[in-house]
Design a protein around this ligand. Structure first.
Ligand SMILES: [Zn+2]
Length: 393
């Protein structure tokens, strides 16, 4: 599962130059966090524990509808789901672990889709999902949804955004919204409207904070969205983009070229070592989602899942859920999965969380508060390293 060999053949000197600072970087941060951990351990007489607080930067609202939430939304909208058919309903909401096809996966979005077509449904979905992840240890989340998916019963995209904002007000969880434009055909006008709404409702914190590009990456390549995201840049709307999930490194390169400050997944960047170096040097965060990547076969063999290698290479990786309802996961489960299958250590978890705080679309003030809640040192990962590294020559 090690990916180091991708960096080696025929590129020795050049790569040596870029790899060395990364090794220093990773070592320094590990030492720094371990030192910090030792301080805490000395204080409470224990080793640094695995984390029980989390940050989710990549969570789709319609993918986060569990059976429990679905039932509450249905009641609210006057067509309760049958009480005695939970098993059957689960099949409509959750993919089986041995999910073989993308169709299986996509089928699971149908029922949530029906439940999110009114302002009440959307508002309550944001509220219930936020409350539910908060009870699972999430202390900050960026909830994303595509307003154009919620217009089937006459709600406008703008009303959808307003309803989601109302939902945010009803939860105690610190959360923000990301508006997704969708890959597809014939929805150019809808995507432009989504972007305009992102601009109109954009705040620094406590509301809409960014845009995204989601949908079938292999069918609708990133290059089709050059103009749309040139507009986003012009409007000053920060954005992330799903890329390097169903398509390869070229998709990620384009997303970065267009101005994405984060990448949804980016699993496949290991196929291009120069891109890995670029992602690291530019500090682009990867929003990785292991269970989702396993279920959609973003990588053929999970033993080759590149998360740990990216982490060791100094790439700003984060752990997220993607579609927690459909996948039957939680962010806590994602961390446990990485611990059990890839040996993710408590110290490494602190780095992953520090990366998430750095990459969050929120204010410095909120970031400082999150670092405090997570028991992280103050300052960004880079700022921390400036104090520990010798002056660059
Ligand atoms: Zn996603």
């Amino acid at each position: 599962m090690r990916m180091s060999h991708h960096f080696l053949p025929g590129q020795g000197r050049q790569i040596g130059k870029t790899i060395l600072p990364v090794i220093v970087f990773t070592l320094a941060l590990t030492v720094l966090l371990a030192g910090f951990a030792a301080g805490r351990a000395a204080a409470d007489g224990q080793d640094l524990p695995y984390t029980d607080r989390y940050i989710d930067l990549h969570l789709h609202l319609d993918g986060a509808i569990t059976l429990d939430v679905a039932k509450q939304l249905a009641v609210l909208q006057g067509y309760p789901l049958p009480e005695d058919r939970d098993e059957e309903l689960e099949k409509y909401l959750t993919v089986p672990e041995d999910c073989e096809s993308l169709n299986d996966f996509l089928k699971c979005f149908e029922l949530p889709g029906y439940l999110l077509q009114t302002p009440e449904g959307l508002r309550e979905a944001v509220h219930l999902v936020a409350d539910s992840i908060s009870s699972q240890g999430v202390i900050y989340a960026e909830i994303r949804f595509a307003p154009q998916f919620h217009t089937k019963s006459g709600m406008t995209q703008e009303e959808a955004v307003q309803a989601a904002l109302e939902g945010l007000k009803e939860t105690e969880l610190k959360a923000n919204l990301i508006l997704c434009c969708m890959r597809g055909e014939g929805n150019e006008v809808q995507n432009e409207e989504t972007l305009a709404l992102a601009k109109k409702y954009m705040v620094e914190d406590g509301g809409v904070v960014a845009a995204d590009l989601a949908g079938a990456e292999a069918l609708y390549p990133t290059e089709n969205y050059r103009e749309l995201f040139a507009k986003a840049k012009e409007l000053g709307v920060p954005f992330t983009m799903h890329a390097g999930e169903a398509s390869g490194p070229e998709s990620v390169r384009l997303a970065i070229e267009y101005g994405a400050s984060r990448i949804g997944h980016g699993v496949r960047i290991f196929e291009d070592p120069e891109l890995v170096a670029m992602v690291r040097e530019k500090g682009i965060a990867l929003e990785m989602c292991p269970t989702s990547n396993r279920q959609t076969h973003a990588i053929a063999d999970m033993a080759e899942y590149p998360f740990m290698q990216y982490l060791e290479d100094g790439v700003k990786v984060t752990l997220n859920t993607d579609d927690m309802g459909i996948e039957g996961t939680t962010l806590a489960k994602e961390f446990r999965y990485m611990e059990e299958n890839f040996g993710l250590s408590p110290e490494q978890e602190r780095i992953v969380l520090a990366n998430a705080v750095d990459a969050a679309f929120t204010t410095d003030e909120t970031k400082d508060r999150l670092r405090e809640q997570l028991g992280l040192p103050k300052g960004t990962v880079i700022e921390l390293l400036e104090d520990t590294l010798p002056e660059a020559s």
